[in-house]
Ligand binder design. Structure first.
Ligand code: ATP
Ligand code: MG
Length: 647
């Protein structure tokens, strides 16, 4: 879309773990000799109790669907994240915790982390949790969330984290689906100075969850809560009584590590199952190479541990690498719009990883909150979760990064466990909005609708992967049929991502959005992401979402929901300007038919636009909106329905 490129500086490339030549050499080896390549990485990044027999053993065929990495090897995730660092880094800070209030900070060393995790692991054991049992975490972004994840891995329990913003109904259905026996939660969570009654929500959820015998409660907010004797225990009481030693369980490489329900942008959430060995190798390797992480760096990923990004890039990747990882409890706008940038200065953050939705909302607040901070410590920036429009990319690059920090635009999914396509900061001349090239071992293909591989450049089609990578999804919990049907049935022999992509003249990839969101206008395929990016170029647009609707002449028409900057009201004049902007950027074929002014857009709790709902509004199918339980603000939908434009 944008034809600007930002060359990698020689200075950066010279100090980077991976430069252009090294990427080419390693990538070729990862594809031509995956067994040797991944064996080497597995030994470099992870400590194993027992080596593997076979590096990878797999089939994507319906009758024999399986993906096994490092077969019969033994390891323990908490041992890799903690114990093996103790000798060299016992006193190093593992976690910098920044509370909702700027006055609340806690530094946790690797030695303290070890103690906390062992004690909680012993509490779980005492409550009868065994290897393979499922434990549900419904937690604020507090250190105890990380302790709980690692305590589960220490004893081989499988965690299932449910984002703390989800409702009791969403929590209950996830607990039931994976049959959890223990829930770990907190009395209240604190976000933006407001309290969310987590324990009260859990109480409602647990009414319909007979499998849960124990609810462990962290005291965070301190407000009174209801108590079920026998089931509920205080975290601090139990941990205080527990031993500080807990031998890590020897886990098989393919033993389940966690279940995580996807965020639900496209349908009912699925319990994505990840296993131990391959996932950890990919988490650690991608964390180090994609962010060019160096010993001593302070690294901050702003995700919540309720999302896969929090799993892989707040906890497992960084801690396996012995890093210092920042964990932030609050929100970017509290106490004011410069909170992120203040935290960067306060903790001297070197690597910063966030989502386009956060960048866009901070950009809408102007430069003043940014410019009063230094951000001189920053070296590498990253984004994840949605395509980033060039406008937001520019602002992130110039205003936040002072023009000197490479941006890694990482495309991946809950199902992929770790990064799949991304520039590497010492390798690529960056193209704003492009995920550039595959990560090591990832073999992407573009398929036409009949499943034929589209060769040559440029090209556009359905994005699929032709072989497994170590962090790949191993199943949909309890539903092998859905596993096959969701990911492998559409294009037999391939893992289908559900996303569309374009490959440009240079062979670089651009994610065009979900395939369901690709529009067909008079036979031309246009990604919603491209049209939205063009709308975003107009200075009066804060955010835009585009869907298709049936159109007599062109097959599909373009229906755009546009949020004007600073809460302003849209005018007909602005409509005309926007239509002209899109036409100029993409071409006459991209004629925006309808613009609806939208004070807010329906988003998932992780900030992604739910185009599925916008499509229903555009086509006036309000009655069949489907599951909306994962919406952040359901009221937004009522407003959009009330003001829908006739199609
Ligand atoms: P569900 O699968 O339940 O509908 P979801 O797909 O939003 O929800 P995630 O696994 O969190 O759940 O998100 C992965 C998706 O996010 C990708 O398939 C892609 O559509 C989008 N995505 C993630 N990172 C990027 C990126 N860097 N560029 C473009 N799109 C991205
Ligand atoms: Mg998805």
């Amino acid at each position: 879309m944008s034809d600007k490129t930002f060359p990698v500086s020689k200075e950066f490339a010279d100090q980077a773990h991976i430069n252009h030549a090294k990427y080419e050499e390693m990538y070729a080896r990862s594809i031509n000799d995956p067994d040797a390549f991944w064996a080497e990485q597995a030994n470099e990044y992870v400590t194993w109790f027992k080596p593997w027999k076979k590096t990878v053993d797999w089939s994507f065929a319906q009758a024999d669907l399986h993906i096994n990495w490092f077969t019969e090897a033994k390891l323990n995730v908490s041992y890799n994240c903690i114990d093996r660092h103790l000798e060299k880094r016992g006193d190093q800070t593992a976690i910098i915790w920044e509370g909702d209030s700027p006055e609340d900070t806690r530094l946790i060393s690797y030695r303290e982390l070890h103690k906390e995790v062992c004690q909680l692991a012993n509490v779980l054991k005492e409550r009868g949790v065994k290897k393979g049992d499922r434990v549900s975490l419904y937690m604020p972004m507090i250190p105890e969330a990380t302790f709980a994840m690692l305590a589960c891995t220490r004893i081989g329990a499988v965690h299932s984290i449910v984002f703390g913003g989800f409702s009791p109904e969403a929590l209950s259905s996830r607990i039931q689906d994976s049959d959890c026996s223990v829930v770990i939660t907190a009395d209240q969570s604190m976000r933006g100075g407001k309290r969310v009654p987590l324990k009260a929500n859990a109480d409602v959820a647990l009414k319909t969850c007979p499998s849960v015998h124990t609810c462990i409660v962290v005291k965070r907010g301190g407000d009174p809560i209801e108590w079920t004797e026998g089931r509920d225990v205080w975290y601090h009481d139990e941990v205080a009584k527990a031993s500080v030693d807990c031998e890590p369980e020897q886990m098989d490489s393919e033993d389940p590590l966690f279940i995580l329900y996807t965020s639900g942008s496209t349908g009912t959430p699925k319990g994505v199952l990840h296993t131990t060995g391959g996932y950890l190798v990919q988490a650690a390797m991608s964390h180090k190479t994609v962010f060019d992480y160096k010993d001593g760096d302070v690294y901050w990923c702003t995700a919540d541990v309720g999302w896969v990004t929090g799993h892989t890039y707040i906890v497992y990747g960084p801690l396996t690498n012995g890093a210092t990882t920042v964990m932030f409890e609050g929100i970017p706008s509290y106490p004011d719009m410069s909170r992120f940038w203040q935290i960067i200065d306060k903790h001297q953050v070197n690597i910063f990883y966030t989502a386009p939705t956060a960048i866009r909302s901070l950009m809408a607040a102007g430069n003043e909150p940014v410019e009063k901070t230094s951000r001189a410590s920053l070296r590498v920036l990253g984004t994840v979760g949605e395509p980033i429009n060039p406008e937001a990319w520019d602002w992130y690059h110039n205003v936040i990064g002072g023009g000197r920090c490479p941006i890694v635009d990482t495309w991946w999914q809950t199902e992929t466990g770790g990064h799949m396509m991304t520039p590497l900061p010492g390798v690529n001349d960056l193209k704003p909005g492009s995920a550039m090239q595959p990560f090591f071992g990832v073999s992407p293909v573009l398929l036409d609708d009949e499943g034929n591989v589209i060769e040559g450049n440029p090209a556009a089609g359905n994005l699929a992967i032709d072989r497994p990578w170590p962090g790949a999804i191993r199943g949909v919990y309890g539903d092998p049929k859905r596993f096959y049907e969701t990911y492998f049935a559409m294009f037999p022999g391939y893992y289908f991502t559900g996303d569309g992509a374009r490959r440009d003249e240079d062979g670089h990839y651009w994610i065009t959005g979900r395939v369901d969101d690709v529009l067909n206008i008079s036979g031309h395929r246009l990604g919603t992401a491209e049209i939205e990016a063009a709308l975003g170029l107009h200075p009066k647009v804060a955010e835009a979402a585009v869907v298709g609707y049936p159109h007599d002449l062109t097959g599909q028409g373009i229906y755009a929901y546009v949020t004007p900057m600073n809460g302003e009201v849209g005018t007909d004049e602005l409509k005309a300007e926007l239509i002209a902007t899109v036409r100029k950027e993409i071409g006459p074929i991209a004629k925006v038919n309808i613009i609806q002014w939208s004070p807010g857009l329906p988003k998932t709790r992780s900030g992604k636009i739910m185009r599925r709902i916008l499509r229903k509004i555009a086509t006036n199918e309000i009655d069949s909106m489907g599951d909306t339980s994962t919406l952040a603000e359901p009221s937004v939908v009522d407003d959009l329905v009330a003001h829908r434009e006739n199609t």
